[in-house]
Write a protein that binds this ligand. Sequence first.
Ligand SMILES: Cc1cc2nc3c(=O)[nH]c(=O)nc-3n(C[C@H](O)[C@H](O)[C@H](O)COP(=O)(O)OP(=O)(O)OC[C@H]3O[C@@H](n4cnc5c(N)ncnc54)[C@H](O)[C@@H]3O)c2cc1C
Length: 427
Amino acid sequence: MSNTQQYDVIIIGAGAAGLMAAGRAAHLGARVLLVEKMRQAGRKLLITGKGRCNITHDGTEVEYFKNIFPNGRFLKHAFKTFFKDDILKILHDFGVETTTERGNRVFPVSNKAIDVLKAIKAWMGEENIDIVYRSRVESLLIKEGQLKGIRTVSESGSVDYFAKNVIICTGGKSYPATGSTGDGYELARQAGHTITNVRPALVPLVTEGDLAGKLQGLGLKNVKAVVWVNGKKSSEEFGELMFAHYGLTGPIILTLSRHVVDLVSDGNNVEIGIDLKPALDEKKLDARLLRDLNEHGKKQLDNIFKLWLPSKLIPVFLEQLGIDGEKLCHQVNAKERKRILMLMKDFRFTVTGHPGYKEAIITAGGVPVLEINSKTMESKLLKNLWFAGEVIDLDANTGGFNLQIAFSTGFLAGEMAASNYKSASTL
Ligand SMILES: Cc1cc2nc3c(=O)[nH]c(=O)nc-3n(C[C@H](O)[C@H](O)[C@H](O)COP(=O)(O)OP(=O)(O)OC[C@H]3O[C@@H](n4cnc5c(N)ncnc54)[C@H](O)[C@@H]3O)c2cc1C
């Protein structure tokens, strides 16, 4: 054990939530220590939005509540304190222009996540803040029921830091190479918190056999994916998906994964049926097939498929149908046409699992919101302990919601922890 140091607010984790918390607390005059186990801040922020960073969602509070699970309303006060316009103002003030794309997703005009990180760090500043990198917080220091500080470990050994307030901003467990390995759950447990069912969310899905693998790299736009559970239709999403060597991915698959992961782990038989022609009902699609087959009667079937499907899909599709692609269109009988129709409306894949945290955009579960004061982000179980970001049992669909959760809860926790220090120092 080496030296000891005293701060007003200690923040564990320099991700989106930790940086906001540190900036807000320091601007309010608190002496802040920010501890990060990686060699730099914001490793995950840098890979958000495929390196472009979908900063926030330009939508109403109600839209946010609909897209956040299990209970977005917990964030009502955090959003009142700091919402999308507030993070955008900070970014604009520090030179990052932003643009709103399809689905109200806000990105930096430069398309560079690093610009967002740089601006947040510039806003945070250095005054009142010490940052320690490559130090992992291994435990909270709690004496006779009172929070005293933290114990860190690094290559050079173990160091204790003391503060009245500690904010846990350690993120979840997804993409562990960015530093988020679930340490915050253990720290919270130490303070008496329970941790709700932690699991990957917004994760690709692994499917049976090599069907998806044969289509690896193919992306489909404007399709509908329908989830079938034990033979019954359960949910559906319309939009874009992609095939990977292990199964299915892309926006609509990630959205559906929230329920699918739980359904599969509960032992259900889960299938995904892709409707390749969602704009046409069976009757209209049949009329279209019939018309094209008649019009091109002397052509080979595989040639005509080009009118209906992307070329990469055609050989695999024909293989699934068990119809010879060299057959002439006028030779296709009504039964075969019906099979083509059914497969176009319901191209099925059996889901066997998911690739785990290394590919999950977000971690569902965490410190239950019932154990946190929504007005302050303070623990209801241990005074002067605060939470912000993904470590809390809150996760959202894609679209910029998840970063906004981290920014809003980080800002609020930083503000409240700092005012807590102030009221203590004026006593
Ligand atoms: C590939 C990918 C793309 C994404 N894209 C988007 C997007 O475009 N838009 C969006 O809204 N969301 C996106 N997300 C989700 C978003 O990145 C997270 O929700 C958000 O970063 C959570 O912020 P956080 O500060 O809570 O946690 P993190 O960003 O995970 O930060 C936690 C920090 O704590 C540190 N830490 C952990 N344990 C310790 C410890 N014991 N001691 C010291 N430090 C510790 C970690 O090293 C890390 O730096 C994406 C996620 C991924 C994986």
